[in-house]
Design a binder for this molecule. Structure first.
Ligand SMILES: [Fe+2]
Length: 358
């Protein structure tokens, strides 16, 4: 495709949703149009929380039905999928039987009743953190389920993290070393996944600056944007940012927004018989999930599901926060395979990042 045609296509595609065009970089390097991306599609579902609501199995089935239509190369669950107990094995099997390869990452709630090793075995994961390759891309699964206390990293297990406020959500040193080596060895455009967030102002990976610098340094050494983006769950919100050339996506829960006690008495009495913690959750009427597509010209598209609140909540303060919504926003950009620029000195991670959400 010639450069002129390429830019026209990019603008036309962007008008359908949120846009993050990087045309200045494309103009700076006309040869970029000659670089090809491998086409890929993958599906993401986050924080479905089996056992919390009575219809979670149905939510998973709707996702899997969409998987049959979309035919992605793989799907990944971003954690808080199910408590790793024998009674939940059929649910885990249902996901495993999707019509494409499936992947898991560990959420904090996978570690509420068991040790990390048991959760890994239940979800049939190769390890707590690992990487894999699909269709010409590299994918890295991180595990920030560590407590940092008295100079040591301790695994989350059996809900120990509940009592360690301010000392949770760490990526341990050993994992950081592994990550740097894994990224260095990777030859392909790379995405990362973790349950916890690099973005959130309160609930964030505590040593995020160290980890984000590893990603940025790898881009600098590679001489192109090897690390394209990162996806997290856990927050149950809808937030996208670009920080030093890397896209960060907080993917909304498939099921609900957690809301301490503020919806007490709002759901019909009979719903309490089959749903847990209804006084605390603002339920999404339909399951939320998204599909990410990259075509050979580097057009990146994240297409998210839209829903509504199951009950009216407009009087609740958080409902006025644009991150607290019953949907996953669409996002589109043109990936730049040519180069990455670093300002000097680097900007503060979040204060100068570009906010991308509708
Ligand atoms: Fe979580």
């Amino acid at each position: 495709m010639k450069r002129r045609e390429f830019l026209t296509t990019a603008v036309a595609a962007g008008t359908a949703g949120m846009i993050g065009l990087v045309t200045d970089s494309l103009q700076a390097d006309p040869s970029n149009t000659l670089k090809k991306f491998q086409p890929i599609k993958f599906g993401i579902i986050a924080d479905i929380h089996y056992g919390m609501l009575s219809d979670v199995e149905e939510r998973l089935e709707k996702f899997l039905k969409q998987v049959e239509i979309e035919k992605p190369d793989f799907v990944i669950s971003l954690g808080d999928f199910a408590n790793p107990l024998p009674k939940n094995e059929a649910f885990a099997k249902k996901y495993k039987n999707a019509k494409c390869p499936t992947y898991h990452i560990l959420g904090n709630h996978e570690l509420d009743t068991v040790a990390k090793k048991e959760a890994i075995d239940f979800l049939k994961m190769p390890a707590a953190y690992y990487s894999f390759d699909v269709a010409g891309y590299h994918f890295v699964v991180l595990d920030p389920n560590y407590i940092f206390s008295d100079g040591k990293f301790i695994d989350y297990e059996k809900a120990n993290y509940f009592k360690m406020s301010g000392k949770c959500e760490y990526i341990n040193d050993e994992q950081c070393e592994w990550l740097a080596a894994d990224l260095k060895a990777a030859k392909s455009p790379t995405f990362l996944f973790s349950h916890q967030s690099f973005l959130h102002d309160k609930f964030f990976i505590r040593n995020r600056e160290k980890v984000m610098k590893i990603l940025e340094q790898e881009n600098k050494h590679a001489g192109f944007t090897k690390i394209i983006g990162h996806f997290n769950g856990h927050i149950h919100d809808n937030e996208f940012r670009v920080i030093n050339g890397i896209h960060y996506f907080s993917i909304n829960s498939a099921s609900y927004w957690w809301h301490d006690q503020k919806v007490r008495g709002r759901y019909p009495a009979e719903m309490h018989k089959t749903n847990r913690a209804l006084d605390n959750v603002m339920i999404y009427k339909d399951p939320l999930f998204c599909f990410v597509t990259i075509n050979e010209s580097g057009h990146f598209s994240l297409h998210g599901q839209k829903s509504q609140w199951l009950i009216p909540i407009s009087d609740i303060a958080e409902a006025k926060d644009s991150r607290v919504v019953p949907h996953i926003s669409n996002y589109e950009t043109i990936l730049n395979s040519s180069h990455v620029e670093f300002p000097s000195p680097p900007p503060a991670y979040l204060s100068e990042s570009k906010l991308l959400r509708s």
